[in-house]
Design a protein around this ligand. Sequence first.
Ligand code: ATP
Length: 213
Amino acid sequence: MSLGVLGGTFNPVHRAHLRLGEAARRHLGLERVIMIPAGDPPLKHSGIAPARHRLAMLERALEGQEGFEIATLELERPGKSYTVHTLEALRDAHPGVSLWFVLGADALAQLDLWYAPRRLLELASLAVAQRPGSARDLADLVPASLATTFRERAPERWVHVSGQELRTLSFDPLDVSATEVRRRVARGEPIGGLVPAPVERYIAEHGLYQEAA
Ligand code: ATP
């Protein structure tokens, strides 16, 4: 059995997150995708809505969606939210299950800045989706210091020395980011095309993201 893991700040969750999870589920034959909101994301600093709001929006976005689940382990763990610790916890909770960590090209390109990236590559396979303007080839995305830890490098499928894989997902780039959602809300512009309707309502009801992003 294979499970997908999609971690993010989800500040707020938007349509590309949902499309990304769905694409991973379909293309990799995953039983389900576990969405994991970060408690204290190490690489993002300003304008982060409280965790209870980010979680509530994720719950609303996923209501009635088959094949998704939310895990709150990063919200409950004190300190910075390191993906390595999350993957270790998921491995313990699901012994014998293959984990696919799903991420956008921007995140892969910065993987060398994450905590213990070499260990991360041993714990899960990675599925990467293009973002608008991002490089297409894995060779142009994977940071040089990590590229040397892969033993096979076909154009769309690399194999790590641990046996875990790195694959590109077939995914039509979608020009949506949480930054753009926050910016539009702060300017009073519509966000209907960028987030699911229940998330749009939640943002309005709770007056989130009124400050300039
Ligand atoms: P922000 O704009 O605040 O930096 P974001 O839109 O990148 O946020 P995150 O919650 O940081 O959202 O993203 C979680 C994961 O989803 C990351 O791996 C990110 O690369 C991926 N992702 C987000 N938006 C897209 C997109 N439009 N296409 C592909 N992947 C995406």
